[in-house]
Design a protein around this ligand. Structure first.
Ligand SMILES: Cc1cc2nc3c(=O)[nH]c(=O)nc-3n(C[C@H](O)[C@H](O)[C@H](O)COP(=O)(O)OP(=O)(O)OC[C@H]3O[C@@H](n4cnc5c(N)ncnc54)[C@H](O)[C@@H]3O)c2cc1C
Length: 500
């Protein structure tokens, strides 16, 4: 059997195909660069951009045939869709600054008119403002819970939640159980829970800790910001969020960014060497499917669940081996439904809807800039995604559209374009939106998650403080890793460091 043709590694410009059966790694001629960046998502490209601006030579090696990682804007059946990350909030100053620098415009999410809340009994209510029209006691409980969480966020912050005296206590209780320790109002607990669970970490609230929930809120400035969709889902980028990465890659050039180039091995020593023996400046060799690069520093800008796809020689220390097994991505289906017109607007509806018990827990007007057609975006998260992924595609589509119709009426049943983003099936992501620790992992490992290991630094939105899980956090992490490479800062794991 002959497989698909793959590029010939002995061909320096990688143009002549050869059978996959002859596949070998790397190329015979190694490129020499100061720094290798693994991954051309927003974090990797910002790292490369910062290093290049400081005069360093860089190679960015990207596994996919495109840049942008978890941001991906494409045409589907004639509709422009944001398959991945898209929204920008006012606190995301790193992203806003980059947009301004690149000359990119933004536009606000449509939000005029009434929103829809579906209560636990399945009843549909319309409302304005940011608080669901639940019964008065539940609203009071929600406000009280938001107040408690705002207090914890202000006290603990996003930078080092693991260092706070309450870290262990809050990290060893699930958000689900903590909410029920605070309140006996089940509807209030569910409504507050979905802002972090289905809404952000895309894991059930019993699967992550209260400390992780506090970090999520702190990364957006406050819990109040997190529950305010007008803040957190404020604006979009004209031309799509992926165009930000495309613009950075275009600036860097084809001799810097290599696509279709999965990195397989990072090697600075032999199997018997230990990281305690690493000395800054030692050459490190990075093997990929297409190019081999020798450099002094490496920035690994991929999500932590993919670190183990790379072989490290010598093997990473025990601490990293353990830590990386406690960070996993959530799961969410981002549903896109395009209609001839934004029919909900004529009915005085904003297109925004929430229902903790609904299949689609959130729905928003996602109509493109300057588009006559109307687009809705909705999210099916964690256990609900498991349930519908087990169904045939047509059945899943029917149930999802029925859920949209509960919010916005029967016209929602008949989109002209329908698409489900499924990053869980993407080899080079494996989930959505981003990574979080399992119960107890954040206080145990958080302090070490960014610590450089030998010549390797780590950068991705999953490790961010401000902008955690968002493009803004990815850019901050990319810039930070590059700055540390330039200054030589950051405690390299050595004989004094844990895990060496
Ligand atoms: C459906 C969805 C919706 C989202 N919505 C929003 C939103 O509205 N707003 C927002 O700000 N954020 C959102 N996000 C999150 C945001 O997209 C991510 O936080 C951001 O893209 C992370 O950037 P990154 O560079 O850290 O990682 P990534 O974007 O994941 O980039 C990592 C890159 O590394 C590559 N890679 C992996 N392994 C290797 C390897 N071995 N060799 C070479 N390359 C490799 C990958 O192909 C990828 O291109 C969303 C994400 C998803 C999936």
């Amino acid at each position: 059997m002959t497989g698909p043709a793959t590029p010939n590694p002995s061909d320096p410009d990688h143009s002549s195909p050869r059978p996959a059966s002859q596949r070998t790694l790397g190329s015979e001629t190694a490129l020499e660069r100061d720094v290798v960046v693994v991954g051309a998502g927003p974090a990797g490209l910002m790292a490369a951009r910062t290093l290049r601006a400081a005069g360093k030579s860089v190679a960015v090696l990207e596994a996919r045939d495109r840049v942008g990682g978890r941001t991906w804007s494409r045409d589907v059946d004639g509709a422009f869709l944001e398959i991945g990350g898209q929204w920008v909030s006012p606190d995301q100053t790193e992203l806003l600054g980059l947009l301004a620098e690149l000359g990119k415009e933004t536009y606000p999410r449509y939000r005029d008119g009434e929103s829809v809340y579906i209560s636990p009994d399945g009843a549909r209510h319309t409302y304005t403002g940011s608080m669901f029209p639940a019964d008065a006691d539940t609203v009071a409980e929600m406000e009280r819970l938001i107040g408690i969480l705002d207090g914890l966020v202000a006290e603990i912050g996003a930078a080092e939640p693991w260092a706070h005296p309450k870290a262990r206590e809050l990290d060893t209780v699930s958000f689900h159980h903590w909410l029920r320790q605070q309140s006996s109002d089940e509807a209030a607990c569910n409504n507050i829970g979905i802002f972090v669970a289905g809404g952000m970490l895309t894991k059930p609230a019993h699967a992550f800790s209260t400390l992780q929930a506090v970090l999520m809120a702190a990364s957006a400035g406050s819990f109040s910001n997190l529950v305010d969709e007008d803040f957190i889902l404020d604006r979009r980028v004209v031309g799509g969020m992926q165009s930000v990465s495309e613009a950075m890659a275009a600036e860097l050039g084809d001799d810097v960014v290599f696509l279709d180039t999965p990195v397989r091995t990072i090697r600075w020593g032999g199997p018997e060497d230990t990281y305690a023996e690493y000395v800054p400046g030692m050459p490190v060799t990075v093997w990929s499917d297409r190019v081999t690069v020798v450099a002094q520093d490496v920035v690994v800008a991929v999500p932590p669940n993919l670190y183990s796809r790379i072989s490290f020689e010598p093997p990473l220390p025990r601490l990293q081996h353990q830590m990386h097994q406690h960070q996993s991505l959530g799961l969410v289906i981002k549903v896109h439904a395009v209609y001839e017109t934004p029919f909900w607007r004529e009915a005085g509806l904003s297109g925004t809807g929430f229902g903790a018990m609904e299949l689609c827990q959130e729905v928003y007007d996602n109509t493109n800039h300057g588009d006559d057609r109307g687009t809705l975006v909705a999210f099916v998260s964690d256990e609900k995604a498991d349930e519908v992924f087990a169904l045939p595609a047509e059945e899943r589509r029917r149930l999802i559209l029925e859920s949209l119709a509960h919010y916005l009426g029967d016209e929602a049943l008949s989109p002209v374009v329908y698409y489900e983003s499924d990053f869980g099936s993407e080899e080079w992501t494996r989930g959505a939106y981003a990574a979080s620790y399992d119960l107890g992992g954040l206080h145990r490992y958080g302090a070490h998650q960014r610590t450089p290991v030998g010549p390797i630094r780590w950068a991705c939105s999953d490790l961010a403080a401000e902008g955690y899980q968002h493009v803004d956090g990815a850019l901050r992490q990319g810039r930070l890793a590059a700055t540390e490479v330039l200054s030589g800062a950051g405690a390299l794991v050595g004989s004094a460091a844990p895990g060496a």
